[in-house]
Write a protein that binds this ligand. Structure first.
Ligand code: SUG
Length: 442
């Protein structure tokens, strides 16, 4: 049997990428609110990151951007008439709702879904559950379309189970893979699935919003048919959330048997490491690379997004590679930590920096931009190949971006109905491109 693949599906950054300041508790989103964004540059940066992983010999896929403005949302919010009427009325009466309808937040694919590979599930299928993202209004609009996209990509019901999102209520707040870590000996071997939550279902918490409940995590684990003895629930530390770690993937990342984490990521770190090690008994020996606050203060970890990196096993390399944002290189404490870490003989042997600055300015690093899906050879054949990339397809998507995206965008532009038309033409061109990709023989 050949080794299964960990495929990264990145969110293709959409033409309405903007700095809306919509995410309370996400410091980058708040600090850059109202700035002029550069959608074309953003999407090209994202595609170059995808190319980096593809060229290194990894399988790379993409999730298309969701259609914006979200007219269904505006309709449900009480706007009527033609598209033009609705946009003009929203611009006059409720510009913040128009901004919400225009959000390109589906680019952060780590929040698209929670994924359990077939090696962990009782029915032997790969399970995916879109996140309801119910804490933030703009993000809560994503899941119905994400569900449809996942159904299109993972259509083979004999191999894949795509569930509907959990009920939209704060008791079930769910942010998908951003609060989920899978540890294992090899991608294809049975693993331990770790769910990190910020609060109990009906608990009131002061401070920045806690976006994941334990109940949501438990229901997803049950829905995916995970073994209770291989499933761990860990509470995220209040200190990390209040410092701006709105998702756990801002303060830790795991791959294979390695957990790379800030020492203040979890409420009770000793209990957390013990619980993971115990759940992994007989499967793997847990290797924790813990970053001390004295070397990298939480504030620097969050500013630099050291942990919002992709931790990957590259073909031909013995040790793991950390695909980190350039901000990690520019922040002294994190750069020095990475230099020392790669010189030691620990599990992370190399750091590769990528430029995803446009996304970073909204709080989305390399790890936010991707959804990891472990696929066996047979499952890979069952995936809709239009969404799996190679060099030519990346070039074609970049040409499409250059043809259809504005160089700059600000919230004031949303009031002009011509923007919506322009975007919908671009969307049609993308549909055609995806159909062409699908028609190619792989
Ligand atoms: O949900 N930012 C996203 C960033 C998501 C990052 N994802 C992970 N850590 N996995 C969020 O806060 C900002 C949008 C704005 O303000 O326009 C935003 O939604």
């Amino acid at each position: 049997m050949s080794e299964p693949y960990e495929v990264n599906f990145d969110g293709l950054i959409g033409p309405t990428h903007n700095y809306g300041g919509l995410s309370d508790g996400n410091l980058a989103s708040s600090n850059n609110a109202g700035e002029v964004s550069r959608p074309q540059e953003a999407a090209l940066q994202g595609l170059e990151k995808m190319r980096t992983l593809y060229k290194a010999g990894l399988k790379q896929g993409f999730l298309p951007p969701l259609m914006r403005p979200n007219m269904t949302f505006l309709k449900r919010a009480g706007f009527t008439g033609s598209q033009e009427d609705m946009i003009k009325a929203a611009a006059n009466e409720a510009p913040s709702l128009l901004k919400t309808a225009y959000s390109a937040s589906s680019m952060w694919a780590a929040n698209a879904a929670t994924v359990s590979p077939s090696a962990d599930t009782q029915d032997g299928k790969l399970h995916l559950t879109p996140a309801n993202l119910s804490t933030m209004l703009h993000r809560s609009l994503e899941h119905p379309d994400t569900f449809r996209n996942l159904q299109t990509i993972f259509a083979d019901m004999g191999q894949f189970a795509v569930h509907e999102a959990l009920p939209e209520h704060s008791n079930f707040s769910d942010e998908g893979a951003a609060n989920h870590v899978r540890l294992c000996a090899d991608h294809g071997a049975e693993g331990v699935e770790v769910f990190v939550y910020g609060r109990e279902a009906s608990e009131d918490t002061a401070g920045f919003p806690t976006r994941q409940t334990r109940l949501a995590s438990e229901r997803i684990a049950a829905m995916h048919g995970l073994k209770p003895e291989r499933t761990v629930y860990i509470r995220q530390s209040r200190q990390a959330i209040d410092a701006g770690a709105f998702h756990n993937d801002v303060v830790s990342v795991g791959s294979l048997n390695t957990l790379f984490t800030h020492e203040l990521a979890f409420e009770d770190k000793a209990a957390a490491y013990d619980a993971i090690a115990k759940a992994g008994e007989g499967l793997f020996d847990l290797n924790v690379v813990e970053v001390p606050d004295a070397e990298v203060p939480l504030k620097d970890a969050i500013k630099s997004y050291l942990f919002n990196s992709q931790l990957v096993k590259m073909p031909g390399e013995d040790r793991l590679v950390l695909i980190a944002p350039t901000e990690t290189e520019e922040t002294e404490s994190t750069r020095l930590f990475c230099e020392a870490m790669t010189k030691s003989n620990g599990p992370i042997g190399r750091v590769h920096y990528v430029d995803v600055r446009q996304s970073m300015r909204n709080g989305g690093g390399p790890a936010c931009l991707r959804l990891r899906v472990v696929l066996t050879e047979e499952q890979l054949r069952g995936v809709n190949h239009a969404f799996l990339l190679d060099d030519q397809k990346i070039n074609a998507l970049q040409d499409w971006v250059r043809a259809h995206y504005r160089e700059t965008l600000s919230a004031a532009d949303f009031a002009d109905p011509a923007l919506a038309l322009e975007i919908s033409n671009g969307h049609l061109a993308l549909q055609k491109l995806i159909n062409d990709f699908g028609a190619q023989v792989n």
